[in-house]
Design a protein around this ligand. Structure first.
Ligand SMILES: Cc1cc2nc3c(=O)[nH]c(=O)nc-3n(C[C@H](O)[C@H](O)[C@H](O)COP(=O)(O)OP(=O)(O)OC[C@H]3O[C@@H](n4cnc5c(N)ncnc54)[C@H](O)[C@@H]3O)c2cc1C
Ligand code: SF4
Length: 324
């Protein structure tokens, strides 16, 4: 059995209190659902003296000024079933429903999913396991076992909701020691598995803002994983577009679980205003294949994961083009 080392717990009733508790307790760490943070504490990947609990801060979904504003503490099982989310941005509900398993989704939050630490099969292990390998660059060591060098960590951004949120061009609202700010989600992740979030220490993610797509919106999220019942993605593919029949007038594809950053596919404008017949869909799938370079930090052969990005693209576009 894995035991956690002891820590203090402070429960916040609102965002101001959470920030104040963090400032009053040096070295404190925020915990929302705890479904990723607490396993990491058990594995000895971090040893916080104090956790500031966010689970008492209400979440919720509101339509406001052409946006869907989602509280960061909204739970994934609630989002997956939310009638407004399902009606307006179904792929987000699909992605939320694909995270982990049912029990975890009753605790896991959208904010925790966006702020999730990067993952690696050489890192998300017990202390005993990591020590036997001489640790690694991300924690206590000097060498990356994936890259085979001492400089770069390519641990993976593995959140299922993030590719969809990126394809929808979501924005994030933060509250921190320096005040409040809004950041485009596309600017949050850096290509550095050890420090992949462009946030200031102590910043709280309070809201996720999704611009509401207009009429003709269709999208999907497809996930590759070993066991559909629980596993993290080995690859995630979000496709979001505005369609007139089988013709997209807007199209975004984002590939997740390949590197410390989710990857928006470039060059899709060439397909706007064109009917997506089988040949055009093959051409998009080729583009996705060319631009997808999965890192070996996640289980599964990298060439196979890359190939599956093209397979998922063909399936998703085939279904979306014929759904109108
Ligand atoms: C067995 C298992 C399977 C899993 N499978 C998947 C999967 O398939 N897909 C997937 O995406 N995830 C998966 N997860 C990870 C996790 O369950 C989800 O990512 C979940 O959404 C995390 O949310 P949380 O509220 O539990 O975050 P927490 O664990 O509470 O926090 C995660 C991180 O975010 C920070 N944080 C949380 N909320 C905020 C906030 N509002 N502001 C600032 N920082 C914040 C915390 O400090 C911490 O660093 C799995 C976990 C387990 C244990
Ligand atoms: S990618 Fe390399 S440095 Fe990063 S966690 Fe994995 S083994 Fe460690």
């Amino acid at each position: 059995m894995l035991r956690m080392q002891g820590f203090g717990y402070r429960h916040a009733g609102d965002w101001d209190e959470a920030l104040r508790l963090w400032q009053d307790n040096p070295g404190a760490v925020y915990v929302a659902g705890g479904t990723d943070l607490l396993p990491n504490v058990k594995h000895g990947l971090l040893a916080p003296k104090v956790l500031v609990g966010l689970s008492g801060i209400p979440g919720g979904v509101v339509e406001r000024d052409g946006d869907l504003v989602i509280g960061a503490t909204s739970r994934l099982d609630v989002l997956a079933a939310d009638p407004v989310v399902r009606r307006l941005v179904l792929p987000l509900a699909e992605a939320a429903a694909s995270v982990a398993g049912p029990q975890l989704r009753t605790m896991a939050t959208l904010g925790g999913n966006v702020m999730l630490d990067t993952r690696c099969m050489f890192y998300n292990q017990t202390e005993f396991w990591r020590r036997s390998l001489g640790y690694c660059l991300k924690a206590e060591g000097t060498w990356c076992h994936v890259v085979g060098g001492p400089k770069t960590c390519v641990a993976t951004q593995s959140s299922d909701t993030v590719p969809v949120l990126l394809a929808l061009d979501a924005r994030l609202r933060f509250r921190g020691p320096s005040g409040t700010r809004e950041l485009a989600l596309r600017d949050l992740y850096r290509f550095n598995g050890m420090d992949h979030l462009a946030v200031e220490k102590g910043e709280l993610l309070t809201e996720i803002v999704v611009p509401l797509p207009g009429d003709g919106f269709r999208g999907s999220y497809t996930k590759l994983r070993t066991r559909d019942s629980i596993d993290f993605p080995q690859l995630g593919l979000a496709v979001c577009g505005t369609w007139e029949g089988a013709t997209p007038t807007a199209l975004e594809i984002v590939v997740g679980a390949v590197s410390p950053q989710p990857k928006p596919v470039r060059g899709l404008d060439a397909f706007l205003g064109r009917t997506l017949d089988a040949a055009a869909i093959d051409a998009v799938a080729d583009l996705v294949h060319k631009q997808t370079r999965p890192q070996g930090s996640v289980h599964g052969d990298t060439a196979w994961r890359r190939q599956m990005a093209a397979v998922f693209t063909r399936r998703a576009l085939g279904a979306l083009a014929h759904a109108g």
